[in-house]
Design a protein around this ligand. Structure first.
Ligand SMILES: [Zn+2]
Length: 115
């Protein structure tokens, strides 16, 4: 992901509108690019600051809030990855079970002299 693309996704990220794929690439870019990370922090601060004006909480930790938001995003990506791995495992196991069943059946036929 380029800086321009990352910049374009800052606001959607703060509004929690990114797809899982976008989110993954966005976070990877934020980890490797201090410039965009600063940008995100500024936008996040402004956005959260505005929201805070509506609420009563006085001393809101904005930097901590961004860390928490990024941590939450990471967990979401982690969960998506786990689901993908689980799905892949189930598919693989099903195929293996099928192959083993066929092999065992062939062995039975061979023992019976049918093959
Ligand atoms: Zn960048």
């Amino acid at each position: 992901m380029t800086c321009k693309e990352a910049e374009r996704l800052v606001m959607p990220y703060i509004r929690d509108e990114l797809t899982d794929e976008e989110l993954k690439e966005f976070l990877e870019h934020m980890e490797s690019c201090p410039g965009c990370r600063d940008e995100l922090e500024i936008y996040f601060t402004v956005e959260v600051g505005i929201r805070q004006l509506d609420s009563e909480t006085g001393n809101y930790n904005i930097k901590g809030a961004l860390e928490a938001a990024i941590e939450q995003s990471r967990q979401r990506i982690q969960a998506v990855r786990l689901i993908k791995i689980a799905r892949y495992s189930v598919t693989t196991l099903s195929v293996m079970a099928l192959i083993i069943t066929v092999l065992l059946q062939c062995r039975i036929w061979m023992q019976q002299g049918l093959l």
